[in-house]
Design a protein around this ligand. Structure first.
Ligand SMILES: Nc1ncnc2c1ncn2[C@@H]1O[C@H](COP(=O)(O)OP(=O)(O)O)[C@@H](O)[C@H]1O
Ligand SMILES: [Mg+2]
Length: 216
């Protein structure tokens, strides 16, 4: 920023396995979002590499990174990031349309994704006609619609009450176990650990430690 260099991440190395539910935890400003954005190919690291399926993604042109995000990754953000003028179904349809293919197939995929999060009966509602928890479930359905291999979620339940947080976390756990999708999630909540396979602790841009399930 100006003349001040911010080292948001420093010497960070980690890997994520298929079907693994992994969280990034750490104080505010420790680099959690930066790490998620680098791994999700939203931000390029100034140095270092991001590998996906053995391929160095940092070497790819932007359009190929965009294709990877569209076809292989799903994103869920704290503020839901739904388009207010579109219904729940239309929000979920967007990435399916962007992926091309037949319209009927995109619609089938969107219905399946909405059913996955238990919101088929809210398909024609606008975001403002949904509760926060329901909006976030629509956002999860949108993240799932193209059948990604990895979901990146930045504090997805920070705005939700405990009951809706539990729903999102259980949904994520099921997605990992049944669909073998990997999830990398930023969270502040220590209680989330019961759902997680691994926690990466960040402090000042560095990995302080990694905790496996059942091991501290
Ligand atoms: N766009 C930006 N420009 C400059 N510095 C930034 C920017 N975004 C974040 N930072 C800084 O990078 C560090 C890590 O930020 P971030 O990854 O957002 O942390 P966290 O998600 O853990 O709160 C912080 O020191 C923050 O102030
Ligand atoms: Mg953050």
């Amino acid at each position: 920023m100006g003349t001040v260099a911010v080292r948001a991440l420093d010497d960070v190395t980690f890997s994520l396995s298929g079907g693994e539910f992994c969280a990034i935890m750490g104080p505010s400003g420790s680099g959690k979002s930066t790490l998620l954005h680098c791994a999700g190919l939203l931000d390029p690291p100034t140095a270092g590499n991001v590998f996906y399926n053995g391929m160095d993604m940092t070497l790819l042109p932007e359009w190929q990174k965009a294709e990877t995000r569209l076809f292989s990754f799903g994103f869920v953000f704290q503020e839901y990031a739904l388009i207010p003028e579109l219904t729940a179904l239309e929000n979920v349809l967007l990435p399916a349309f962007a992926a091309g293919g037949r319209e009927s197939e995109a619609r089938d995929a969107a219905w399946t994704a909405l059913a996955h999060v238990g919101l088929q009966d809210r398909a024609s509602h606008l975001p403002r006609e949904l509760s926060g928890g329901e909006q976030q479930r629509v956002a999860v359905a949108r993240g799932l619609v193209n059948r990604p291999r990895i979901i990146f979620a930045d504090e997805p339940h920070a705005n939700l009450d405990s009951e809706n947080s539990r729903l999102i976390l259980e949904l994520f756990r099921t997605i990992c176990d049944q669909d073998k999708i990997s999830i990398l999630m930023v969270t502040h909540e220590e209680e989330d650990r019961q759902y997680l396979d691994r926690v990466i602790r960040l402090f000042d841009g560095r990995i302080q430690k990694e905790e496996e399930r059942g091991v501290t």
